[in-house]
Write a protein that binds this ligand. Sequence first.
Ligand code: SAM
Length: 292
Amino acid sequence: MAVSDQNTVGSVLNAATAYLAGKGIAEPELVCSHLLSCLLNCKHLDLHLHSGEILGEKLLAAMRRGIKRAATGEPVQYIVGHWELMGHRLKVDSRALIPRSETEILVQRVLDCEAVWNEEAPVVADVGTGSGCIVIGLALARPEAAYVALDPSSEALDLAKENAEAMGVGDKIAFAPAELPDIVDPESLTAIVANLPYIPTADYEQLPSVIRDFEPRSALDGGGDGLDVIRSVVQDATMALKSGGRIFLEIGAEQGAAVKSLLEAEGFSDVAVLPDLASRDRVVEGRYEGAY
Ligand SMILES: C[S@@+](CC[C@H](N)C(=O)[O-])C[C@H]1O[C@@H](n2cnc3c(N)ncnc32)[C@H](O)[C@@H]1O
């Protein structure tokens, strides 16, 4: 990466962007401006206010290291080591999926469901917690509830625990590398919230390399029709939820009808598919009245 003599933020941004574009990296300006705003400790949108500032040797060296990693296709979120969801800054690294903004819709829907929070002592499970972004968002907004966060990946769980501790809610969440039936009593949960792997295997193979080569496959690949893990968690939910308990699932853009049928076949009522801002299926929710 060749920059001008002055090494101003603006000239570094231009040179780094041209360098990454030449390497075929998608959205190179966005990547470079994220790296620079992180180094300058300023908001991404405020970067232009710094464009005339000179970058010192230390920051320039750090920028070169970041650009070198970005040139391999590594996601900028892993390079800077943190990302925001619902206004909360979370540590992110290759142990878990990078939180996506769509997941805010799922978290907000749970927060808006008064039936969950009107219970005297709600117990909520986040299944497939990854970085912990969902359960941490809930625990910060609703500290009066108890939480369980599960993930078969002990690496992801370690990251989720680090995030929960850093956000001051570590003592509100029980983390376990387990499945629901192994860890919660039957009919004990008020709600289950889950963003599970839901990408059909054939679609997974076609994902851009910035995702496929860097984020954990076990966080994304949901099997033949994408619903293998969702199916299994919905079955476990019928054991774990109290009568009247709720489930909230993030789903793929075309999975609303299939997941609605799945929930209805397992005895859930009031099943609804909620769209995202682009009017694509994004969340399915339902209420479980109990087996008898
Ligand atoms: C799409 S990622 C979501 C992570 C995080 N909840 C988020 O929204 O960013 C799916 C997570 O589910 C976990 N997972 C995979 N198979 C699972 C299973 N059978 N039961 C529970 N979690 C599973 C993965 O390890 C991964 O952390």
